[in-house]
Write a protein that binds this ligand. Structure first.
Ligand code: VGL
Ligand code: ZN
Length: 219
């Protein structure tokens, strides 16, 4: 039987309203995410997990502002507000997220010198997070993505997953984006599709017999 995995991307306080890098309506997807989890054999989650001197924080670049783009180590880096600082409240999962089914957590952005939007690699593709190896070990070929933010971490995770050869599905109504510029989310979904991912809705998952929760998928 084909095993699938749900990858829940960065469902953390700092990306929700009231957080440091709040994504509009991000908290509204949490009940849906909880409802979807039992439809998958495996559930894993990512955490954006930065040291407080992280290079993506505008506060670490005097004279620069949030939203500025600097070239660092040959790659462009958008400057963000301080967010998801390791161990802080903002870096915790949203309190209503059900984490009982989460088998493994992958932390990213832990190296102070480089950002990591993707759940698989840092932005320069130098270091892997271990997620691809984990999925291969579990013999998983099919991955479903949801979470935050559509136009950054979901997008780059999706493109990497497709390029790594996984069958990738993005649950569009269970994602929310930053939308720094209007249209960024729509563009991100297009790019994901162009990379070979399938865009689906949560309704489709709930209707698809082969994804129905089964005894064997529960633990
Ligand atoms: C993210 C910006 C900075 C994300 C993380 O989770 O999409 N975006 N760090
Ligand atoms: Zn970040």
């Amino acid at each position: 039987m084909k095993k699938n995995t749900l990858i829940m991307v960065d469902l953390q306080n700092d990306f929700c309203p009231g957080g440091r890098l709040a994504v509009p309506d991000a908290d509204l997807i949490i009940p849906l995410v909880n409802e979807l989890q039992p439809f998958f054999h495996h559930v894993v989650a990512t955490l954006d997990w930065h040291p407080k001197d992280h290079t993506s924080f505008a506060s670490n670049h005097p004279g620069h502002q949030i939203g500025d783009v600097l070239i660092m180590d040959q790659i462009p880096q958008i400057l963000w507000p301080d967010h998801c600082v390791q161990g802080s409240e903002g870096a915790q999962f949203h309190p209503n997220l059900n984490v009982q089914r989460v088998r493994k957590i992958f932390k990213k952005g832990i190296d102070k010198n480089i950002d990591s939007y993707s759940a698989f690699f840092d932005n320069a593709h130098r270091r892997a997070t271990g997620l691809a190896d984990y999925l291969h070990e579990q013999n998983i070929k099919e991955v479903y993505l949801l979470g935050l933010a559509t136009d950054y971490c979901v997008k780059y995770s999706c493109i990497d997953a497709a390029n790594l050869g996984f069958d990738v599905y993005v649950i569009v109504d269970a994602c929310r984006g930053v939308e720094l510029k209007p249209g960024d989310c729509a563009k991100a979904f297009q790019e994901m599709e162009q990379a070979g991912a399938h865009l689906i809705t949560s309704k489709k998952i709930k209707e698809t017999q082969s994804l129905k929760p089964t005894e064997s998928s529960l633990w």
